[in-house]
Design a protein around this ligand. Sequence first.
Ligand code: C2O
Ligand code: CU
Length: 489
Amino acid sequence: MTRFTRRQVVLGGLGLAGTGLLGGCSPASAPGPAHGTRTSFPAQPALSPAPGRTVVEKTLTAGRATVDLGGPRVETWAYDQLIPGPELRATAGDLLRITVDNQLPADTTIHWHGIALHNAADGVPGMTQAPITPGSRYEYEFLVPDPGTYFFHPHVGAQLDRGLYAPLIVDDPAEPGGYDAEWVVVLDDWVDGTGRTPDDVFAALTAGNGSDSGGMGGMDHSGMGDPPFGNAGDVTYPHFLINGRVPATPETFQAKPGQRVRLRVINAASDTIFTVALGGHRLTVTHSDGFGVEPVETDAFYIGMGERYDVIVALGDGVFPLVAVPFGKDGQALALLRSGSGPAPGASVRPSEVDGQILQASDLRPAQSARLPQRQPDASVQVQLSGQMSPYVWAINGAPFGRNTPLEVSAGQRLQLRVSNRTMMTHPVHVHGHTFALASGVRKDTVLVRPMEAITLELQADNPGEWMIHCHNIYHAEAGMMIALGYRG
Ligand code: C2O
Ligand code: CU
């Protein structure tokens, strides 16, 4: 086992930004390496919606934008000039036909995070498609088989850490409902346009000084860090956002006292795990990564990058803070839920629930409908996470992506993934095209793997193609913490 001490962050000079391996700092200079070297790609199959379902069509323009975060104005990249981008909404069985108009000064793609779609629409450049070049358009066409809370983002470079993300909500035609109102809550850590771009941040990290050169100190990277997640992240962010707004001028969601509200919480951050709580309320967790769990009450829950949780709250009468507190970092994200009169809490309000019982994925039990059928694994592969800050290289199975050996499975197999984390950080491990089961049976597509932890995941190999498995810390992924999973034959 490799043990290492991440070096203490020193005050970095801003001059370090843009001097990294990527060179330069113009926005177009750092598209990030393609995630593969293919030049021919799987064909888009002819698809039609399930019986009784429809086609959802939309054009998304990815472009430069000047956005008001509720005070700070930032130059960034966004979908349709919005942060988050426009919500896409469908019903399970619908066919989505989404055209991306790339007005960015860089290549891009869209990955439909968590959707078990056919391989050609998965949005991985160099693996499932050629990158969408500046000035060109690309049409994604795919079925959404499973209801749930999802999102989408580029799979190129550190573009996710710009404003390029948006919710994708798939309704369940068979769902009993059981709630009166719904609020989609998108969490983010924000740096772009505050003097550094995500490309600058990545360049500074890979320059090997073990710091993101925020110029304002940073994370304590020595030793194990705080439980349960260890070292907090690699990047110091000036802002944390809910639905694109800073806490000083939060989004306010209106509802009536006594109503049951479903919150669909999406962590679109690149380097931040959050604790989420609603002041004055208990939360009933109903879904994780789109799939049902046995409903369970808690004061708060942890959510890693790429994870989604759905919760139901029975509303009191008043004005309540919804907070997302970044794990191991300063600051918070805030929104308000207003069901009655009263003054709004201040930007730094800290509801007691944040320090109460905090639920983790391992506390959940699956809903009966979410269980994979009982079956012995046919095959087992290891997914070993390693890496360090200096040099900034993160790897799976002993080598960064491109130099590690792709994993293989045969169609129809039950595959066991033995994931072990040989580092002092927590890594959200995300699998494309499939939803895996934890040992408890809980179905997820993204799971937090804690420092030195080993867990076993199982998936049903029912979606042939070539898929990514990677850390959803976007800087780790860029630095190599990815591996391919291919189907034999
Ligand atoms: Cu949201 Cu490959 O990731
Ligand atoms: Cu990671």
